[in-house]
Design a protein around this ligand. Structure first.
Ligand SMILES: CC(C)(COP(=O)(O)OP(=O)(O)OC[C@H]1O[C@@H](n2cnc3c(N)ncnc32)[C@H](O)[C@@H]1OP(=O)(O)O)[C@@H](O)C(=O)NCCC(=O)NCCS
Length: 172
């Protein structure tokens, strides 16, 4: 699956990809924004449940070679999602720091929504930490609307808690 911009392609992932996804998940959520990082076992478990699916954004070889000096991994991003009772939920989404603002998250999100629409889901939902302005920028740009605010939802380093915002978008 071609993700369009700058040498990034999408492919489907499954429980066997849990380890590499967990490594990138840890990198993406190291700041504690959005809760604790998920381990490989949890990711594998999620991906083995009915209705779950995942995509990887992988750097095409020529780009990987260009960036090899910076030891950038070939995995640029991931998205985990599931479909339940006619709605799809984005469970987690992350892009490696070196590959941000290259359109990877947008491509992953669109692929997930397209798949959910094909499976008959009426809308896609997701949660995001209130202070996560990068993710909120992405969801606003992709047409998501705020439906709920959960106060003190994410535990933060240092014992504080951050609110979660729930966004939704109807699927065609
Ligand atoms: C949020 C995140 C997934 C975005 O990934 P990305 O691949 O850099 O996003 P894209 O390049 O696809 O950006 C698509 C659009 O989203 C918006 N966007 C992305 N990053 C943004 C930022 N830092 N500030 C404002 N808007 C942003 C822009 O509208 C952007 O379009 P543009 O580049 O043409 O202006 C990435 O920053 C990330 O992994 N953050 C850490 C983990 C995380 O927060 N995950 C989401 C939890 S809900």
């Amino acid at each position: 699956m071609n993700a369009g911009r700058r040498g990034i392609v999408l492919c489907e992932a499954g429980p066997l990809d849990a380890r590499v996804i967990a490594e990138l998940h840890l990198q993406c959520f190291a700041d504690g924004l959005g809760g604790a990082a998920w381990g490989a076992a949890s990711i594998a478990k999620v991906l083995s449940l009915p209705g779950s699916y995942a995509y990887l954004a992988v750097v095409a070889p020529e780009k990987a070679a260009v960036r090899a000096a910076a030891a950038t991994p070939a995995l640029a991003g991931f998205l985990l999602a599931h479909i339940l009772a006619g709605e799809s939920e984005i469970l987690s989404l992350g892009v490696a720091t070196a590959w941000r603002r290259h359109g990877a998250a947008r491509a992953l999100l669109r692929a997930a929504m397209e798949r959910a629409g094909r499976a008959g889901a009426a809308r896609t939902l997701l949660e995001v930490a209130e202070g996560n302005m990068a993710a909120r920028g992405l969801y606003a740009a992709e047409g998501f609307a705020l439906v709920k605010r959960w106060p003190r939802y994410y535990r933060q380093p240092g014992g504080t808690a951050a609110a979660a915002l729930v966004f939704a978008r109807d699927l065609p």
